[in-house]
Design a protein. Structure first.
Length: 629
């Protein structure tokens, strides 16, 4: 975990090094191991370092190549180190040091922008190429590491957190009303805009090329939709997946201290603990290189203690347990004031106890099970694939199994309309769906003020044309949507800033690019078969899991934390009018009407109401603050 900052004066003026140092000081918590900066006329780069791998100690960034004309600032980690180093050696390049930054710098010096597609790992980077007089900025395929920027008065500024750039604005920040509309709609779509006008982000899997003749963005990585895996039987699929998965876990255990694995009791995190424990038994990971942590929730929906106990018993490991009920959640206004950004989601705060305890015990990194749901669960769109092929008997059986699965997962009741959405909607051309939405304003929620929705083109924002490769199945197309999801980008950025405030770094084996590429090439019945979701994971990890977890259909439900957060905000009674209402963004009765539905037990309204209240807090604090606040 590191922090980045930089300045490039496109008009040739010398970069303001004083401003650079103020920007990097704003994110000093991201780099407790020191900071450095480098400048050359119009360009200046800075990095504050958080050493999390053995190879990073002794590294000094920004890092300059032998010629002195290429400079790199990296926040990230290379997970395919051996493959990248071997590729360099095969072309006569011998890295000067074993650090990840050196591998990236030499890869760029050898192949330019094409090196990005060779890097497997989580990263954000900036490379100044003095030979070509241009800057290359890039971000990993999922956007796990953040990269924000703004262009003003001929100057390109960038950093790892929004508050670095908010601090460079000449006055009070202005809202990006289109993105505010997305937040109020509980539908985050944009991957390149932020809540602030004039401040953008590099989209996941993209590179930004900045030169005096302009700024160009290009996607450097995407899924190969032509790739299909066809093995003889389930065992071959499971064997290949297990090999990839264990390697994804193993390379994320490369740490300067013990790795903290956060165990929830669900299938994903339990599989990671099992893989790590098996690597320890094989002697491939030091016995003191892994520690396991869990949260004990007293709320019945979130209580997963019995599954955690089964995992611990299966491997004979000690689990550090913390009481989730003792977490203290700061008021939303305090969070916004500190972050100068949208507040943390309520479900994040209990996990801060684990970060704090792991850091106290010497860990700098934590491993999570994020990604298992996205790539391996499957999607009801497989019913549309069966309908398209007129396999009606198989379709009936599949719908029956899907309904049973949804009931087993504990979701809301499935309606006839839901079934039609599964079967028919994916078959309708995107152009027709957009036309219907535009005519009937299907995507704009009723609590949004109509005039505001028209002014910012909210309908079009919430239903943009989907640009995606042509996959063989509709199910693959639906899963691929996670790679273009505005929600996904925002969530990873929220997690990043949450952990960085504790000087910790999170890692996600299921989000290994090689695992994602494998998962998107699978036949759908390897993800969802009968009433079993994550079929391939259950089969591949059958020797890593206790039977109770391997058979478990669902996981803990933490949505009650949203309800508690809403009650805290509403405890003193809602304000007579919201600032968002005064500004013409919301209907006057929006919050009272939705709050009544939440109090009536309609849990599907928790998310929309919390997003409205959190957006109001952000707007009131950052945009429309006044003395009475």
């Amino acid at each position: 975990m590191s922090g980045l900052a930089g300045i490039y004066c496109l008009d040739g003026r010398p970069a303001d090094v004083g401003l650079l140092r103020r920007m990097i000081a704003t994110v000093a918590h991201r780099g407790p191991d020191g900071e450095g900066d480098w400048s050359d006329g119009p360009v200046a780069l800075a990095q504050c370092a958080g050493h999390t791998t053995p190879e990073s100690f002794g590294e000094k960034q920004p890092l300059v190549d032998e010629t002195g004309v290429i400079c790199l600032a990296l926040d990230g980690r290379v997970d395919n180190r051996e493959a990248l180093a071997e590729w360099l050696r095969s072309r006569g390049v011998v890295p000067r040091t074993p650090s990840d930054a050196e591998l990236v710098l030499q890869a760029y010096a050898l192949s330019g922008d094409e090196c990005l597609a060779r890097i497997v790992g989580d990263f954000a980077l900036a490379i100044w190429d003095g030979r070509r007089r241009r800057l290359l900025c890039a971000r990993d395929p999922l956007g796990i590491r953040p990269f924000y920027y703004r262009v003003a008065a001929g100057t390109f500024l960038w950093g790892s957190e929004l508050r670095q750039l908010v601090g460079t604005l000449p006055g009070r920040p202005e809202p990006n009303e289109g993105v505010v509309g997305e937040y109020l709609s509980n539908r985050l779509v944009s991957v390149d805009e932020t809540l602030y006008r004039g401040i953008s982000r590099v989209p996941p899997g993209h590179a930004l090329i900045v030169a005096t003749d302009g700024i160009r963005a290009r996607r450097y990585w995407d899924i190969d939709s032509r790739r299909e895996l066809r093995y003889r039987d389930d065992d071959e699929y499971a064997e290949h997946f297990l090999e990839l998965f264990r390697d994804a876990v193993h390379c994320r255990l490369r740490n300067a201290g013990p790795t903290a694995i956060f165990l929830s009791g669900g299938l994903d995190s339990s599989s990671i603990v099992g893989a790590a424990a098996s690597l320890v038994r094989e002697g491939r990971v030091p016995i003191d290189g892994v520690e396991t942590y869990t949260l004990d929730f007293s709320h019945p929906d979130a209580d997963e203690r019995r599954w955690v106990d089964d995992v611990a018993g299966r491997w004979g490991i000690h689990v550090h347990r913390l009481d989730a009920d003792r977490v203290a959640i700061p008021p939303l206004a305090d969070q916004v004031g500190e972050l100068q950004d949208f507040p943390d989601v309520p479900t994040a705060h209990p996990w801060g106890l684990l970060y704090d305890e792991a850091r106290r015990r010497g860990s700098r990194t934590a491993i999570w099970g994020y990604g298992g749901d996205e790539w391996l669960t499957g999607t009801p769109a497989h019913s549309a694939d069966l309908l398209r092929r007129l396999r009606l008997g198989a379709l009936v059986r599949q719908l029956r199994d899907d309904l049973r699965t949804c009931r087993g997962l504990g979701g809301p009741p499935v309606s006839v309309n839901d079934v039609l959405q599964w079967c028919v909607r994916p078959l309708v051309p995107d152009t027709a769906k957009r036309l219907v939405r535009r005519l009937y304003h299907r995507d704009v929620p009723p609590w949004i003020a109509p005039g505001f929705a028209r002014r910012v083109g909210l309908q079009e924002r919430l239903a943009p044309p989907i640009v995606a490769p042509a996959f063989p199945t509709l199910a693959q197309h639906a899963i691929y949507g996670q790679l273009r999801s505005g929600w996904s980008v925002a969530e990873y950025e929220m997690v990043d800033r949450f952990e960085s405030r504790r000087s910790m770094e999170s890692r996600y084996p299921f989000n290994d690019r090689r695992v994602i590429e494998f998962a998107l090439a699978l036949p759908e019945d390897q993800r969802w078969r009968g009433t079993e979701t994550k079929f391939i994971l259950r089969r591949a990890a059958r020797d890593l899991l206790p039977p109770s977890v391997a058979r478990r259909p669902g996981k803990g439900d933490f949505t009650y934390l949203f309800a508690e957060s809403i009650e805290r905000v509403m405890r003193d009674g809602p304000r007579p009018r919201l600032r968002l209402t005064d500004a013409g963004l919301l209907r006057p009765d929006a919050v009272p009407r939705i709050y009544r539905r939440v109090r009536a037990g309609e849990s599907q309204w928790l998310g929309p109401l919390w997003m409205i209240l959190a957006t109001e807090c952000w707007y009131r604090t950052m945009i429309a603050a006044s003395p009475e606040d």
